[in-house]
Ligand binder design. Sequence first.
Ligand code: AMP
Ligand code: ZN
Length: 460
Amino acid sequence: MRLYDTKEQEKLEVKPAASGTIDIYCCGPTVYRFAHVGNMRTFLLGDLIRRTLRAEGQNYRYIQNITDVGHLNDDVNIEGLAEDKILAQAKLEQKDPFDIARFYERAFHQDLAALNILPADAYPKASESISLITDLIAQLIYLGAAYQGADGSLYFAVRSFKSYGAISHNTLDQLRAGHRFDIDEGESGKLFHADWALWKAAAANREMTWPTPWGVGFPGWHIECSAMSLHYFPQGVSLHLGGIDLRFPHHENERAQSNVATNSEFVEQWVHGEHLLFNGRKMAKSAGNVLHVSDLVARKIDPLALRFLFLENHYRTQMNLTWESIEAADTTLKRWRKKVAAWPKEGVVRPEYLAKILESFSDDLDTASAMLLLRKLEREDSVSENDKRATFIVADELLGLELERAEVVEISEEIQELINERAKARAAKDWQRSDELRQALAAIGVEVSDGPEGQSWRTR
Ligand code: AMP
Ligand code: ZN
């Protein structure tokens, strides 16, 4: 499989790490609110990569973290300090911050399941990885890359890491002094403007804090991903994933921390998904145009319609979502399921289609081409329906659209009444009446057929 590497700015062959497996780390959600469908597009990226590797017969491992402490808000409170997103939400909902985190973490897993996203091998939580984090900070201090500021917080000394900026192609000279490229309120103790907090000293009454040799506090956001990826994949990471906004500063900071700690280029490839827009604007809580998986369910739209739509767009292009496009995807998805249910069994997979579909996935997830090919196959007269069915079903291991799922067709009470009446007429061997009812149902789009197990029906 080849994937575009943000750092090298070209497609590279995905290679196993020194461990012998393709070790993948994907930055996970901050669990202080429901994930929006933009977040889900980024999480789908990791699923599609794994499905492709699986189809290629490659071994992989996949870790995604849960940020449940230490991710600060962009907004500042009255003291001019950035607030922890989870603590702020806990205050708002008047709940315990850990309850808030667990609640939104559960919701995140439900959303993943609704989109058929393969689960990770582990979902380490920041709050349960504190000793990994403090051990790593101690190591960075020992290596001369971190220091304690006058405010008691611990900072990474960015000038100790010469290739800072290589992922996003920023250099320290380009980053103006005083330019706010990270949440630096409350980071008064740092010695250089581009340094960032690894551990924040906390006031005595703050919730979610831990004791350390350097005082009571809580971890910064960037350090948790380095600590977790080093813990799970000590021999290096093959692919590190996230949304494009994480490229800088989050991934630059992670790279600096992990590379210094291991004295190596710890991550082989950095892969980023582009943003999802809704009605032409970036989907963000602050923009007020956030869409959740539950909003689709409320409109009786299968969440997998969203997956269908994401597959039709390349992950590296900005994609604009509208209700019209979601509904169109839902219609096509239902049509495919109906056809798969109606097409006869015992066909053979057509390699000329399947091989091309896998090739498209393997070529930097060109899922859009794969979807076009399936639309072509759907219409292709020279391929038997049996073979179409077999090919669609095997392709679905890559697509994850549950094409074999029988649609629950909602029919009116009147139609159900006619169906029941026909079953009765048939049981009473009243063939004339049963034929009349069959025709009446056919006229309104319900096809009735008789088999050894009795009468069955489907909508056209
Ligand atoms: P968060 O929970 O805000 O830390 O975000 C989780 C993931 O979603 C990160 O990888 C972000 O880069 C990604 N993300 C945030 N907004 C969008 C968006 N509008 N479209 C696609 N991905 C996004
Ligand atoms: Zn991360």
